[in-house]
Ligand binder design. Structure first.
Ligand SMILES: Nc1ncnc2c1ncn2[C@@H]1O[C@H](COP(=O)(O)OP(=O)(O)OP(=O)(O)O)[C@@H](O)[C@H]1O
Length: 254
């Protein structure tokens, strides 16, 4: 197995909540085959915010989906904690996703007939213990949703709907929150609110966040930015500024 500097030796896996090892992903077969990931290795530290950037078609969403068990890999492995999810049966993978991972997508994916509160509680796995009630209240207040809990999605702005989706994703205290273009459908002010909350969830609650974005301003909220080009990680920034992210994207032609 080839290993890049981005992947830790196996003894260090416990410090990384998610690890990709030499992940290859091809779609289709024969002359129509497209290789979206060409042996990507990357480790995602616990309690850190990582952004994934790169030109359109570089493999960002494919990497996120493979890391989150939403898509299969062609070869290589993906660890969540110490579990290689590429080896799990479909049933066990579904359970792991439900129990240990959270998801936020560009489209908010709320159920239109349910209120904001019902959408947030949708996973149905929050008990009525005091700690659970307090966590629900903490998230709702931090996201400014207290006055909106009885509203249906159609009665909420895009930014409010995405905040409901973020609340739903965080309610189960996932080991990793995966976000695919979470601000892609939002105006810049609503986007900044959602990003500010993701940042606070990392700083205040130790949340691990892995986010795909096109937006250098969004990526600058992260602790680290990985840059993909043509299915491979080609650059990495720590403590990125908007200007630095722009600079790398410009050099990549993105
Ligand atoms: N289901 C699929 N079937 C066939 N090819 C696919 C599929 N999904 C992605 N691809 C291809 O894999 C490559 C990487 O796609 P991916 O969506 O991961 O890129 P991306 O960097 O997220 O792009 P964008 O920024 O435009 O969303 C592209 O060439 C894309 O056309």
């Amino acid at each position: 197995m080839t290993q890049t500097t981005a992947a830790p030796p196996s003894g260090e896996v416990r410090d990384h909540v998610a690890v990709a090892r030499d992940v290859v992903k091809s779609y289709g077969a024969g002359e129509h085959a497209v290789t979206a990931l060409r042996g990507v290795s990357a480790a995602f530290p616990r309690g850190r915010f990582t952004a994934i950037m790169g030109p359109s078609g570089s493999g960002k969403s494919t990497l996120l989906h493979c890391m989150a068990g939403l898509d299969t890999v062609s070869s290589g492995s993906v660890l969540i904690g110490d579990v290689d999810i590429t080896k799990l049966s479909r049933t066990r993978l579904t359970k792991l996703r439900r129990d240990r991972l959270g998801f936020v997508f560009q489209s908010f994916n709320l159920l239109p007939m349910l209120t904001a509160e019902e959408n947030i509680r949708l996973t149905g796995r929050l008990g009525n213990r005091r700690a659970d009630r307090e966590w629900f209240a903490t998230i709702v207040d931090a996201l400014g949703l207290r006055e909106r809990l009885s509203h249906r999605p159609a009665e909420l702005s895009g930014g409010q709907q995405q905040r409901v989706a973020v609340a739903r994703a965080l309610l189960t205290r996932p080991e990793v929150l995966f976000a695919d273009e979470p601000t892609g459908n939002l105006d810049s002010r609503s986007g900044a609110e959602v990003l500010g909350f993701l940042r606070r969830s990392v700083d205040a609650y130790g949340q691990t966040v892995i986010m795909v974005t096109h937006d250098p301003g969004a990526a600058a909220h992260a602790d680290r930015v990985l840059f993909l080009a043509d299915g491979a990680i080609v650059h990495e920034l720590h403590g990125p500024t908007v200007g630095q992210v722009h600079g790398v994207m410009r050099r990549m032609g993105g």
